[in-house]
Design a protein around this ligand. Structure first.
Ligand SMILES: Cc1cc2nc3c(=O)[nH]c(=O)nc-3n(C[C@H](O)[C@H](O)[C@H](O)COP(=O)(O)OP(=O)(O)OC[C@H]3O[C@@H](n4cnc5c(N)ncnc54)[C@H](O)[C@@H]3O)c2cc1C
Length: 302
């Protein structure tokens, strides 16, 4: 049995691992992905707001974290996805069926982007874009659709309009939740067409995306527009559904904690974006990792 198991090796989990190691706790970090970093791997813009380093992108910051972690002693298992948990009894079940236990568990599972669930996974690398910044050059001369109504959707519409022939921004509501400056720039950009109260019901294409089917909700009118690329920015949701009923979560699935990172279950902590912090940032996740490690150390009475 380990002293601590940390689920997730994003900024929060890595910070908690450093602190647990520093405090002499025998620590195991489980990461579903084949590499560490969490959302840093999706960050293609420069990161300059986490003190200590300015980097060209998130992966570069992750590499700095890993370099700094080299002297710390903890076990890291990649490709180790947790499938289920009985947190009241501190049991974790991996996808392989292996059962692990620890004296304390830190949940650092972060968030994921929401999907439309209309078969978009089939088009990964075939027109389903990952990021405006990363894919700006691949949409040169193409028709692109962006789905969503927040900052991320609007910012990406502006980025992709730099190279695409035209951009259709599709939002299911009437009002956008995005920053006013983004909305003003969109209104003044002749390449961007905005469709509100409209949902995407189907992605059409054999090898590549060729078109999307839309439904105007108010008029209940369906029609099709030709696009060869789409980008989804319809919000995020926490990676917490597999953590069991005993763990208290809010209505959106975020883990409820106190200011020490303690959940409603003894010696079970949650940190970073999965616990819905007021500011979901690298610095917050890193700080919450340190707090949880120090509190659990004192509670374990070592
Ligand atoms: C495009 C983009 C740009 C950003 N820019 C900035 C910025 O400039 N500055 C800033 O401070 N923040 C930025 N952020 C936010 C920042 O990246 C996050 O706040 C931070 O990564 C949260 O860290 P975390 O450890 O809580 O979670 P995450 O980074 O989400 O990591 C969670 C980890 O848990 C793993 N995991 C999930 N489920 C399981 C499971 N079942 N079993 C095992 N492992 C699991 C995941 O694979 C992942 O590696 C940005 C985010 C994005 C998406």
């Amino acid at each position: 049995m380990k002293d601590v198991i940390i689920i997730g090796a994003g900024p929060g989990g890595l910070s908690a691992a450093a602190w647990c190691s520093e405090l002499g706790l025998e620590t195991l970090v489980l990461e579903a992905n084949r590499e560490t970093g969490g959302q840093l791997l999706w960050t293609h813009n420069p990161v300059h707001n986490h003190l200590g380093a300015t980097t060209a992108n998130g992966t570069e910051l992750r590499d700095i974290f890993l370099q700094q972690l080299e002297p710390f002693r903890f076990e890291l298992r990649l490709n180790a996805k947790v499938k289920a948990a009985d947190l009241a009894n501190k049991k974790i079940i991996l996808e392989t069926g292996e059962i692990l236990t620890a004296r304390a568990i830190i949940l650092a599972t972060g968030i994921r982007r929401k999907k439309l669930n209309i078969g978009e996974d089939k088009f990964v690398g075939r027109g389903l874009l990952e990021s405006g910044k990363r894919d700006r050059d691949t949409v040169r001369g193409k028709n692109v659709a962006i789905i969503g109504g927040g900052d991320a959707a609007c910012e990406n519409a502006l980025i992709l309009a730099e190279t695409a022939t035209n951009v259709t921004l599709i939002h299911r509501r009437q009002e956008f939740r995005a920053r006013r400056d983004f909305l003003e720039q969109i209104a003044g950009n002749p390449k961007i067409k905005v469709l509100t109260e409209t949902v995407v019901t189907k992605i059409i294409g054999k090898e590549q995306i060729e078109a999307i089917k839309l439904c105007q909700i108010i008029e209940n009118k369906s029609y099709q527009i030709p696009v060869s690329a789409i980008l989804l920015r319809i919000g995020v949701e926490p990676n917490t559904e597999f953590l069991g009923e005993a763990l208290r979560k809010d209505k959106n699935g975020y883990i409820e904690i106190n200011s020490c990172g303690e959940t409603n279950l003894e010696n079970i902590y949650a940190i970073g974006d999965a616990a819905n912090p007021l500011s979901p940032t690298v610095s917050t996740a890193v700080g919450m990792g340190a707090t949880a490690a120090k509190v659990l150390y004192s509670k374990l009475n070592l």
